[in-house]
Design a protein around this ligand. Structure first.
Ligand SMILES: [Zn+2]
Length: 103
């Protein structure tokens, strides 16, 4: 998983293609990410003990990580991410377009 929460990503597949939004949560095990305002579905809910009011709620559903591209904070272009081990031994993400480290 090369994405983290608070990353800005570009959606490249699906209904929300072309949208840029912030990653809210990552699910490395499922290789999915929850992106703000992307892949929103309407759910019809019945009144239950917790939810007294029946109706329709709108909710984001996590999308496949391969359907979004990270937007580089340096060159502001959608990019693929490489990982590089820095001099101090920590792993960093590197933009394949401008070679800058992405925080
Ligand atoms: Zn870049």
């Amino acid at each position: 998983m090369r994405l983290r929460s608070d990353d800005t990503v570009l959606v490249i597949k699906g209904r929300d293609r072309g949208k840029q939004a912030r990653v809210q949560q990552v699910f490395p095990k499922d290789n999915r990410v929850l992106v703000e305002g992307v892949n929103v579905v309407s759910r019809h809910v019945k009144a239950t003990a917790q939810m007294r009011q029946a109706g329709i709620i709108q909710k984001e559903v996590p999308v496949q990580a391969c359907n979004v591209m990270l937007i580089c904070t340096h060159c502001t272009r959608p990019t693929r991410v490489a990982s590089r081990v820095l001099a101090d031994g920590t792993k960093a993400r590197v933009c394949k377009k401008c070679q800058e480290v992405i925080e």
